[in-house]
Design a protein. Structure first.
Length: 343
């Protein structure tokens, strides 16, 4: 079976894509059932593909992890990102989603039209080594400080998923990391956690106006990807998530967007209705004008899902707070006891 990778998917129209996804899901399930030849508790295929990973150390059951289709680095991380001044960028539509980060006096913008095809960018912002990540199946855009215990890590994609979320690996120890939590879950660094850095997933026009001196990640011709196309057509309006076998939330649709902060979440429909929600010293806001990256074939044509900001009141005023705009099933999977505010 040909892997379900973005460079394959972009060649398909929406109807063919749906058939392909269904067949891929069935094929992956069959592969999981028939190919688990174990050496101890570790799938033999893992031992062959990952000879440098210490599988004697793990914080999660191996059965929680499944193949997403591509092999190790089948979705290639960007290691030498190229940028241009935001004022010179003309290819990105105003409402297209980007991840914007400011650190150490420098601001950079990472368009989802590129991140969708690479999922990880190893970079430096304001002199700080970072990993800018995006998991399309969870709509989770997260920026990590790549420094850990005096060492700088760089990351790639394992081709594996847990709770439908990207499992990364670091190239220094080949430990496996859960993108949504920043935890090392398999390997030498199991038990370690990466520090997350505040960022915003917002429309390009908002980022450009807010950060006029920012640099914007540009596409590299050497990768030959159809940047701007969405390989997951209709995903965020599907009935259930792709390649997910866990429990689903009972009181909301699993693919409903939610805003997660500190183990609690607010549904996007509620925030959209109220426009502003205050919870203690947190201030959440919603404004119109950002396309979904997981809707139509081209991100620039996606439906408007709006922009979310989350800030915390401090003695120095409002400061951006760590948060994730993800799906309800993701919140339920990683925070099963977390409180979800719907009204």
């Amino acid at each position: 079976m040909r892997p379900l990778t973005p460079h394959v998917i972009d060649m398909l129209d929406a109807r063919t894509l749906r058939r392909f996804v269904l067949r891929a899901a069935v094929g992956v399930a069959a592969l999981v059932m028939t190919s688990h030849l174990y050496a101890g508790d570790v799938p033999r295929a893992w031992l062959e593909e990952w000879p440098s990973t210490d599988f004697s150390r793990t914080s999660v059951p191996f059965d929680d992890i499944q193949s997403g289709g591509p092999p190790k680095d089948g979705i290639p991380a960007i290691d030498d990102p190229q940028f241009k001044p935001v004022a010179d960028e003309t290819a990105i539509a105003d409402k297209e989603p980007v991840i914007a980060v400011s650190l150490g006096g420098q601001s950079k913008i990472y368009p989802l039209r590129i991140l969708t095809w690479h999922e990880i960018v190893n970079d430096r912002i304001g002199g700080v080594p970072v990993a800018v990540t995006y998991c399309p199946l969870c709509n989770a855009g997260i920026v990590f400080d790549a420094r850990l215990d005096g060492q700088t890590l760089t990351f790639g994609t394992t081709g594996k998923l847990r709770n439908s979320d990207l499992v990364m690996y670091d190239r220094q120890t080949e430990s496996w990391w859960q993108q949504f939590s920043g935890d090392a879950i398999i390997g030498e660094l199991t038990g370690k956690t990466l520090k997350m850095l505040p960022s915003r997933m917002e429309a390009f026009a908002l980022a450009k106006a807010r950060l006029p001196d920012a640099l914007v990640l540009t596409a590299k011709r050497s990768f030959a990807r159809p940047y701007g196309a969405n390989p997951y057509v209709g995903y965020d309006t599907s009935v259930r998530p792709f390649l997910y076998a866990g429990d689903l939330p009972e009181d909301v649709e699993p693919m409903m967007r939610v805003v997660v902060v500190d183990g609690q979440a607010w549904t996007l429909p509620m925030l959209k209705k109220r426009r502003r929600v205050e919870a203690g010293d947190l201030v959440l806001r919603w404004t119109a004008g950002q396309n979904s990256a997981l809707d139509t074939r081209f991100i620039s044509k996606g439906r408007d899902v709006g922009n979310v900001t989350v800030q915390r009141r401090t003695d120095d005023g409002l400061k951006d707070e760590l948060h994730h705009v993800t799906f309800a099933f993701v919140f339920h999977a990683f925070h099963p006891e977390g409180r979800l505010f719907k009204d």
